[in-house]
Design a protein around this ligand. Structure first.
Ligand code: MV4
Length: 448
């Protein structure tokens, strides 16, 4: 097992990794920008290194600074958390060549899944259902129109280098296809430096359901069930839960087996998530694979009893998974609300000083946060200030518990998304599990 790990991240996920390390008896090194000198991840780590000015590009994305920090502190491994360098294949590569273990998959796996057209082809090869669409990249407009006509409208044009909602265009009919195709290509070029796009049949009201897997370096791969992440706005998830109301044991097994098949095909190791779109008839289709630990990992931890971050560290050190597929039972229900420092209706960031902070507690409540009273939310990073996660025997009980916890959560000095969460939890459609990625459009009038 590693003796010392550097955490190349900030905020709640840096704390989450430090907690796992402490319980495993591993020393920790925090890195931070000058804006984060007073943050809790710096305080709770055994050592800390300032890696640059506030801007991410000069600190949390500064590969030479982070590698130097690991070298001067003798850290044997780096946990990247999520965001920042977590899905950067060059960073994983540089870690490996510096003799530092990157706690995550191989650079090749990251690169493959980062190319959404190649990921789609790989899923197909593994026998995972994909939506009807192009074979690889579409370059010629006439071919693209012919394919779209074949598929039937609506279709969606997606950037190969996109993902997470960036670089997509929905095309409702043939008349608007040609201009949408050209705009998708030029937007992709501007945003990612890569104009390549591919085409899929568009599902109008899908659910977003994702499967958590974890793989060790001996070829064992286990699926840890699904998370339902349909409650999102502008591709930012707001609420996640496990299990999904729509997934029964048979469907969970089928999706889990598909996720494992894909992971096996690419010799995947460490934690990963296979995202699916699901239609009204419970058909599911591969969307993307995320090659990192995700924000919403706690709901899976609570319904499986697996500590995903500890397990990531264990398998990265070469140890086998501490459980088998047969050990995994989905028990109870978990919901996570992402509490952002945002204007509740407009969802625009609201940075500033938190003047009062009282996180909820009591039975079945977990709060993952790096905030505290008098904490100054820097404007440079994302606006999430806490994840409020509840666990209960049933979904109904989890909803009641979440409402109770939201009532207890006092945050003063900045506007937060807590009122929006209360509204969603009171919604009859949400309560009945009648949700899709279009839920928030119905709920809040579309952005003007
Ligand atoms: C789709 C889709 C419908 N049909 N693909 C959005 C994020 C990116 N990963 C892909 N996305 C979508 N792809 C087909 N063929 C709808 C979306 C989508 C979406 C997916 C999951 C969660 C929220 C979403 C919001 C809008 C669109």
């Amino acid at each position: 097992m590693f003796k010392k790990i550097l955490i190349a991240n900030r905020g709640e996920i840096a704390l989450r990794v430090i907690r796992a390390c402490k319980e495993l008896g591993i020393k920790t090194v925090a890195v931070h920008s000058t804006a984060d000198a007073n943050s809790l991840h710096v305080r709770f780590a055994d050592q800390s290194v300032c890696i640059g000015p506030p801007k991410s590009s000069e600190s949390y994305l500064n590969v030479p600074s982070i590698i130097s920090a690991a070298e001067i502190t003798d850290a044997e491994a780096i946990h990247p958390g999520y965001g920042f360098l977590a899905e950067n294949p060059s960073f994983a590569e540089v870690c490996n060549s510096a003799g530092i273990k990157f706690i995550g998959p191989s650079p090749e796996s990251i690169k493959l899944m980062g190319d959404k057209a190649r990921a789609r082809e790989t899923a197909k090869k593994a026998g995972v259902p994909i939506l009807p669409g192009s074979e690889g990249v579409m370059t010629e407009e006439t071919d693209a129109i012919a394919l779209a006509r074949d598929l039937g409208f609506p279709v969606i044009i997606k950037a190969v280098a996109g993902g997470g909602g960036k670089g997509m265009r929905v095309v409702m009919d043939e008349a608007e296809f040609a201009s949408a195709f050209m705009m998708a290509q030029s937007e992709a070029l501007a945003a990612f430096g890569n104009a390549d796009v591919y085409i899929e049949k568009y599902i109008t009201q899908p659910r977003h359901i994702e499967i958590q897997i974890i793989a060790d370096e001996k070829g064992n791969i286990v699926s840890l069930g699904e998370r339902e992440c349909s409650i999102q706005r502008r591709h930012q998830k707001l609420i996640e839960e496990a299990p999904s109301v729509i997934v029964d044991a048979a469907l969970r097994k089928k999706m889990g087996d598909m996720a494992i098949a894909l992971a096996r095909t690419v010799k995947y190791r460490n934690a990963g998530t296979i995202e699916f779109l699901m239609d009204e008839n419970r058909n599911f289709y591969f969307m993307e694979m995320n090659t990192r630990v995700q924000v919403e990992h706690p709901v899976t931890e609570l319904v499986t009893g697996v500590d995903l971050v500890k397990e990531q560290i264990r398998v990265a050190s070469g140890l086998p998974l501490s459980f088998t597929q047969d050990d995994i039972r989905i028990k109870g229900h978990s919901i996570e609300c992402r509490v952002n420092a945002e204007c509740p209706d407009k969802f625009i960031p609201s940075p500033g000083t938190i003047t009062a902070f009282n996180p909820p507690g009591g039975p079945g409540v977990r709060v993952d946060t790096a905030a505290y009273t008098q904490y100054l939310i820097p404007p440079y990073y994302d606006s999430m200030i806490a994840k409020l996660i509840v666990y209960a025997d049933t979904r109904d009980a989890a909803i009641m518990r979440m409402k109770r916890a939201l009532d207890e959560f006092i945050i003063e000095g900045v506007k937060t998304t807590i009122p929006a969460h209360k509204k969603i939890l009171d919604d009859p459609d949400f309560q009945q599990g009648n949700i899709s990625t279009k839920f928030m459009e119905r709920y809040y009038s579309p952005p003007s």
